[in-house]
Design a binder for this molecule. Sequence first.
Ligand code: NDP
Ligand code: GUE
Length: 285
Amino acid sequence: MVAEVIYGDQLAASLREEMKEEVTKLKASGISPKLVVVLIGDDPASKSYVSGKQKAADFIGIDSELISLPSTTEEKSLLELIERLNNDQSVHGILVQLPLPKQINEQAIIEAIDPSKDVDGFHPISIGRMLTQQETFLPCTPYGIVTMLQSKNIDIAGKHAVIVGRSNIVGKPVGQLLLNEHATVSYCHSRTKDLSAITKQADILIVAVGREKMIDASFIKPGAVVIDVGVNRTNEGTLTGDVDFESAKAVSSYITPVPKGVGPMTITMLMKNTIQAAKAHNKKK
Ligand SMILES: NC(=O)C1=CN([C@@H]2O[C@H](COP(=O)(O)OP(=O)(O)OC[C@H]3O[C@@H](n4cnc5c(N)ncnc54)[C@H](OP(=O)(O)O)[C@@H]3O)[C@@H](O)[C@H]2O)C=CC1
Ligand SMILES: Nc1nc(=O)c2c([nH]1)NC[C@@H]1CN(c3ccc(C(=O)N[C@@H](CCC(=O)O)C(=O)O)cc3)C=[N+]21
């Protein structure tokens, strides 16, 4: 079997067209969605994602403001900034780019963001609401992955989804979203014994580790759907996933590439959440 490639960039482009129309209408009715991105330090990878977010926002017509602060920023001044943004009625979404420098407690920052502006879906309230299937902001990468599966009419209910990686921003929440869609879910991580024995049981295999080409065909059940979340910069300066694409493509039924796979969908779902935040803000008034 040779897999069909799920191009996240193409799906992202069509969703962004729809959002552009929606934002045009919202603006005509007096609602102007606005996202503020806070970037601390000058990590090149973070800068590149942030510029991807700005580009998407510009295309859709979402106002986006980038606040860049030095890597020496203290936790207290970041908390003060968040407080100001929480109180600013013109701001609908707040995103603080992770990871943060060592002197700043990441969890304290995430919890300081008003849950009604938490377009990343990282606040414990957002996570709890997702777990209990209440309306909330879904974390962008998991939301993008489920949207990609649905775009190909891939059945999730009753399927065995195996997640490799258990981070708070990708692994854990993607498993919960798939559980909400009635998958049977297994999590693997660095302490998992005999990883390939478990990944070979997957109907849907999600890989979010951050290790170049760690998953090849020998980890994959023939016909499985393979979603590669990893973004690794090679020595040659190119991007590559956690999955050995050519090897995996030969045995799977669907596969996502890197680049042009999950990454563009993450950014797109961030835009969707920002529009949702702007609409909810206006209902409250
Ligand atoms: N495309 C996109 O939109 C996004 C891409 N990413 C990319 O996804 C990747 C993962 O990111 P993130 O979740 O933040 O990463 P983290 O580093 O936070 O988590 C990595 C996870 O992989 C597990 N792990 C590490 N080594 C192994 C191993 N040998 N076998 C099995 N599991 C292992 C870790 O286990 P343990 O918990 O035991 O330490 C951990 O749970 C990165 O490449 C990142 O750049 C991230 C966010 C969005
Ligand atoms: N608060 C916060 N929210 C995040 O959503 C968040 C974060 N912090 N920290 C880092 C991770 C990583 N992440 C990516 C987003 C887009 C691409 C993406 O668009 N990648 C392109 C390539 C981009 C390039 O060329 O550099 C692609 O895969 O095709 C990748 C990774 C969001 N993250």
